[in-house]
Design a protein around this ligand. Structure first.
Ligand SMILES: Cc1cc2nc3c(=O)[nH]c(=O)nc-3n(C[C@H](O)[C@H](O)[C@H](O)COP(=O)(O)OP(=O)(O)OC[C@H]3O[C@@H](n4cnc5c(N)ncnc54)[C@H](O)[C@@H]3O)c2cc1C
Ligand code: FES
Length: 506
């Protein structure tokens, strides 16, 4: 999150010795009130804002790749030439400056202004997006950023405009982020960008051949190109008491607000499921000084994704913060303010959060006759089996060039990037989605980054020390690295992503 500090370091307007910036190196300094990153890459000099436009990550700790810089925290990619946020989760550009090397000195000069994007597409072309989440928003933003001249309409059955969903189980839920950090853009932005955002509207049917949508009030709407980005919904448990007012799932801002409202007076909460959502929620509610009991059927939290070593670490981390685990158990019923476990014990709970996974919302696509196979099938251009209909995000199952398999994941960054790629392709700019999948998860002060995709592995190689929160964990199958998890080893995580992408291109 933005954490403004007065810029420090050398005055780059005055200049630094040219020998202080080797080929492939980055340094930071100040230009007036701005903190600026200076980079020398492939013999060229670049000066851009020093901090990422997502959560203010320090780009100097990131990685130079070609003429881009990648952010150490959540792997956003920026063009060094133009500052453009080429790949999410950052969406806004960096500022760029002119740089000069003369008489053995490098000095940063005036700010560069970027020309507006050239108009693209026909004015009467109509692109419709179903879904106001990560993928839908990123697609709409990319269409306008790249100058799409036609109309853009985005339907969302949510009451809130697109939000920074990952924040809902982290800082915002913990009470350490104000609500104005949650919307991805303010309401004015949609009008200014000519994005017709229609909230509280459910798209109920899709006629893929006739290129027509039906809305919940019966209205029909034609489109030229369509993006399906309907995301996923929490799985609802079928147990007695699940409908009680103090039992929640967490997906939307409204869900989060309802939890926060009850958290204000809650003393004890039961979290059902030791998933990412469950455990991040546990950590956030601990910050509100609520007693937390996590009930889950597995032996170790998140072992299926991270393996036993990280699973044990995550458990120990939560226990250190006072969370009590009831593993290899489940909640059989909720009776008023008590959760009855299968093992027979009971837990008091003013609040119950159910985090037992999500299901992709594929009904619209399925009913329209699109190919759906454990997700909406798309090619590398995010195109579905129907012409002019793309899909992206949690619903999309795509051919991942890194694993060589068709995969579907539920990651914020992947959803946004797929939305961006779908937008480019809908504009006729043929661009494959070939980035290494990436996600992060935050537990107290410990961020865990994960790049790649490993559903199974035969070897886990650990460099560093998991318990000391300083490690890189490689998940391998047949000697091949499928995925890499890391704690406070951001550069290793970035390099792993680059290696995977290079390997996929061979
Ligand atoms: C609390 C929380 C925290 C998370 N934290 C992380 C994290 O730290 N890291 C990470 O990588 N991932 C995280 N995720 C997962 C990430 O948010 C999802 O992978 C991502 O939001 C998927 O984007 P999407 O666009 O596919 O779907 P969504 O963001 O779910 O958006 C789908 C949208 O479509 C709308 N919609 C659905 N059907 C219709 C319809 N028929 N008509 C109209 N509108 C419709 C929905 O209301 C919703 O607004 C988190 C998820 C949650 C819930
Ligand atoms: S802070 Fe840079 S990608 Fe998140």
């Amino acid at each position: 999150m933005t954490n403004y500090k007065k810029p420090s370091g050398p005055d780059l307007a005055e200049g630094i010795p040219a020998s202080d910036l080797a080929e492939g190196a980055m340094v930071t300094g100040r230009v007036g009130d701005d903190e600026v990153l200076l980079a020398r890459q492939h013999g060229k000099l670049f000066a851009v804002s020093a901090h990422c436009t997502h959560y203010h990550g320090p780009l100097v700790d990131g990685l130079l790749v070609g003429d881009t810089v990648r952010c150490p925290w959540h792997h956003a990619r920026f063009s060094l030439q133009t500052g453009e946020a080429l790949a999410a989760p950052a969406l806004s550009p960096l500022t760029c400056w002119q740089v000069e090397e003369r008489d053995g000195k490098i000095a940063v000069k005036s700010r560069k202004t970027q020309p507006p994007a050239k108009k693209a597409g026909a004015v009467n072309e109509r692109i419709v997006i179903v879904g106001g989440g990560a993928a839908g928003f990123a697609a709409a933003e990319m269409l306008r950023r790249r100058g799409f001249a036609g109309s853009v309409t985005m339907f969302s059955n949510d009451e809130a405009s697109p939000v920074d969903r990952p924040n809902l189980s982290k800082d915002y839920l913990a009470g350490s982020a104000p609500e104005d950090w949650v919307p991805l853009r303010g309401d004015d932005w949609y009008a200014e960008s000519k994005i017709d955002l229609k909230l509280k509207v459910e798209v109920t049917a899709l006629d893929a051949k006739g290129k027509e949508l039906t809305l919940d009030d019966g209205t029909k709407l034609k489109f030229d190109k369509l993006l399906l980005a309907t995301g996923a919904e929490p799985i609802r448990l079928d147990i007695p008491g699940i409908g009680e007012k103090h039992v929640h799932t967490l997906r939307s801002l409204a869900d989060c607000r309802a939890i926060i409202a009850q958290a204000k007076s809650a003393k004890r909460a039961v979290v059902i499921g030791a998933s990412f959502i469950g455990l991040e929620t546990a950590a956030a509610l601990r910050a509100r000084d609520i007693d937390i009991h996590v009930v889950a059927p597995e032996k170790r939290p998140l072992e299926r994704v991270f393996g036993p070593q990280l699973g044990d670490f995550i458990r120990a981390l939560h226990e250190k913060h006072g969370v009590k685990f009831h593993l290899e158990d489940s909640v059989a019923a909720i009776e008023g303010k008590r959760a009855i476990l299968k093992s027979g014990s009971t837990l008091d709970a003013d609040l119950v959060i159910v985090g037992v996974g999500v299901r992709p919302r594929v009904v619209l696509a399925e009913k329209a006759g699109l190919v759906v196979d454990k997700g909406v099938s798309v090619n590398e251009y995010m195109e579905t089996s129907a012409p002019d209909i793309c899909a992206a995000g949690d619903i999309a199952r795509w051919p991942d060039p890194i694993s060589g398999e068709r995969i579907r994941v539920e990651h914020w960054v992947v959803a946004e990037r797929q939305g961006q790629i779908a937008a480019l392709n809908m504009m006729g700019i043929r661009t494959p989605f070939n980035a290494a999948p990436f996600f992060w998860s935050q537990h107290y002060d410990v961020p865990i980054n994960y790049v790649g995709h490993a559903e199974k592995w035969d070897t886990i190689d650990i460099k560093g020390d998991v318990m000391k929160r300083d490690c890189v964990v490689h998940y391998k199958l047949g000697g091949r690295v499928l995925a890499v998890a890391s704690i406070y080893r951001d550069k290793d995580s970035l390099k792993a992503g680059v290696d995977m992408e290079k390997r996929a291109r061979k």
